[in-house]
Design a protein around this ligand. Structure first.
Ligand code: PLP
Length: 385
């Protein structure tokens, strides 16, 4: 099976057709929002076809086989053994972490994140009227690490109640090592900080890098909820289906009470069917997608090294999002003008991930064809010489 690029223009997809909101215009070369321009695995399409052919789309219980497929995937790919009773659902990882913030903290409580970070983390804190505390990752010429001293200091100073962990980390592409996770989570444990671990990118890791589920990194079951999903892995974001892993009974009771209050007790039928098929039969497809992403990354990195030697492209250990420091060439205040007016590109602006100190950076989505990556890279390089 070969992966297939799809020209999604004219399909009402956010990436190509929904740019107005974030960019104030349409028609830009799209390398932003994190979904793929690849057709899903055949097994997913076949399973959905079968369900469509049935022609009845009434209420559906969560199939036992779906739970099992998810449990098997996590064990076979990450060595983490989940029990069916621990698994809950949400129509997306973002909804799940917003809900957890609501039932695990009070208005005004401090929530910490390590910046730059996936911007809905920041919005989840401020939209829920919690206090946002940030601890910047250490940037050593594009190689990022956690500033443990700063992280702990901020927790103490602000009486932090909750930490949202991004593992692997969007946008800097780090796959946290077990020792790093332990240091980080031990600090949280010591100061009674609850942890939401967003592991949506867990399956998109490359080479020798290995994703360690946070719940497997140590004894953290009483202080953590982990969220995983098939959406990034198998390009199913529109199917709105993610899994919330809660081994601790007291925490599960809190989750259950909360979701009863908002009456979102399960996902939608199409999502279960697509996800189960992907977990069962999507591995080979995923390997091909990862290969394409790595090729795209290599091309981008090599071309920048040759033509823009002062651009800093962070190593891509995981995710399909590459984080690039263009500050040697473009002032942060000019980045929008440069990317949109000159390059005619839609990228995620660094400032979105934590403030103006990141405005010299951009994030580029590599889950597309090499031709699209070439178009974007050429636009940037040719407008900078
Ligand atoms: C770290 C992270 N969490 C969550 C999401 C989106 O999750 P969902 O679409 O399931 O709400 C993304 C998408 O880019 C992400 O990078």
């Amino acid at each position: 099976m070969d992966i297939q690029y799809v020209d999604r223009r004219g399909t009402d997809c956010n990436k190509w057709d929904g740019q107005q909101n974030m960019f104030g215009e349409e028609g830009l070369h799209a390398m932003w929002v994190a979904d793929m321009d690849f057709k899903v695995a055949d097994c997913v399409q076949e399973a959905l076809h079968k369900y469509v052919d049935l022609g009845v789309f009434g209420y559906m219980r969560v199939p036992d086989s779906y739970y099992q497929a998810c449990i098997d995937w996590e064990y076979e790919n990450h060595g983490y053994k989940m029990e069916k009773e621990w698994i809950r659902f949400s129509p997306g990882v973002v909804s799940a972490f917003n809900w957890i913030i609501q039932f695990m903290t009070e208005k005004g409580d401090a929530v910490i994140v390590t910046t730059p970070v996936y911007y809905p983390f920041l919005h989840a804190v401020t939209n829920n009227e919690r206090k946002l505390v940030t601890s910047d990752l250490i940037n050593d010429h594009g190689n990022y690490s956690i500033d443990f001293l700063d992280f702990e200091k901020k927790i103490i100073e602000n009486n932090v109640k909750l930490f949202i962990l991004c593992s692997p980390h969007n946008p800097v592409g780090r796959v946290w090592k077990k020792e790093e996770l332990r240091l980080l989570l031990d600090i949280c444990k010591k100061h009674h900080v609850f942890v939401i671990s967003d592991e949506i990118h867990q399956d998109l890791v490359y080479g020798k890098n290995e994703h360690v589920p946070s719940l497997l990194a140590g004894d953290y079951e009483d202080m953590m909820i982990m969220i995983i999903a098939p959406s990034k892995t198998f390009n199913l974001a529109g199917a709105q289906n993610s899994e919330v892993i809660i081994p601790n009974q007291t925490l599960r009771d809190k989750w259950d009470k909360y979701v009863k209050g908002i009456r979102v007790l399960g996902g939608n039928a199409f999502g279960y069917i697509a996800a189960e098929a992907a977990y069962r039969g999507g591995k080979e497809w995923l390997e091909q997608v990862k290969k394409q992403i790595q090729d795209n990354y290599q091309y981008l990195k090599d071309t920048f090294a040759e033509r823009l030697p002062d651009a800093v492209v962070s190593p891509l250990e995981g995710t399909y999002l590459t984080w690039i420091d263009l500050s040697a060439y473009v002032a942060g205040s000019d980045m929008r003008e440069f990317m949109q007016k000159k390059c005619r590109m839609a990228v995620d602006y660094g400032a979105w991930f934590g403030g103006d100190r990141f405005s010299g950076f951009i994030r580029i989505n590599l889950a597309t064809s090499l031709d699209n990556v070439k178009t974007g890279v050429e636009a940037i390089c040719s407008n900078l010489v």
